[in-house]
Design a protein around this ligand. Structure first.
Ligand code: FES
Ligand code: FES
Length: 189
């Protein structure tokens, strides 16, 4: 057992944990941050993805003791960081996933959104191929990925002021994508 000094979602925390515990175990079973999912627990699914100094890492394969002195961001920290930076409502990536219906069971979503967030922080205008590559470590058993990629492209379009592409399900409809939410509610058209 050792006491770890970690920075999690902007907070400094001290937490006791066995030496061999992973970052995922500390987040879920010591800090109660259950947004990081324990899927395969062996590096295959990406459901446990968190950001370490802004870069996606597989938390189930990352030793917690090696994370001291690093910035850890979990899905719980995304919206508060957005608000601290002067934004309103949810983080734009989370909002875009919501509005595009880019989830079914939701198990993959925290890791998927954090991988997408890190991509856009590094490259605000990625190609579809770059989006696919950035999300290739995050497996989704439910959605077929189409809405997920559309959500990332919607977030890109809104951040750059471009007209969002019409989602695949609305190709033959006249309804544009739903407007951005304000404080968690849809803005009126
Ligand atoms: S739970 Fe970590 S990669 Fe699957
Ligand atoms: S929404 Fe179910 S695994 Fe992705």
């Amino acid at each position: 057992m050792r006491v770890l000094e970690l920075e999690v979602n902007g907070d400094q925390v001290e937490v006791g944990a066995p030496d061999h515990w992973t970052l995922l175990e500390v987040l879920r079973y010591r800090l109660g941050l259950y947004g990081s999912k324990q899927g395969c627990d062996k590096g295959d699914c990406g459901a446990c993805t968190v950001l370490l100094d802004g870069e996606p890492v597989i938390a189930c394969l990352t030793l917690a003791a090696l994370c001291e002195g690093r910035r850890i961001t979990t899905i719980e920290g995304l919206a508060p960081a957005h608000v601290r930076a002067g934004g309103r409502g949810p983080d734009p990536v989370q909002d875009a996933f919501d509005r595009c219906g880019a989830l079914q069971c939701g198990f993959c979503q925290p890791g998927m959104m954090l991988s997408a967030w890190a991509l856009l922080a590094d490259n605000p205008t990625p190609t579809r191929g770059e989006i696919n590559a950035a999300l290739s470590g995050n497996l989704c058993r439910c959605t077929g990925y189409t809405q997920i990629v559309e959500a990332v492209e919607l977030a890109i379009a809104e951040a750059t002021g471009a007209t969002p592409a019409r989602p695949h399900w609305a190709k033959h409809e006249s309804t544009p994508p739903k407007p951005a939410s304000v404080d968690g509610r849809e803005a009126s058209r």
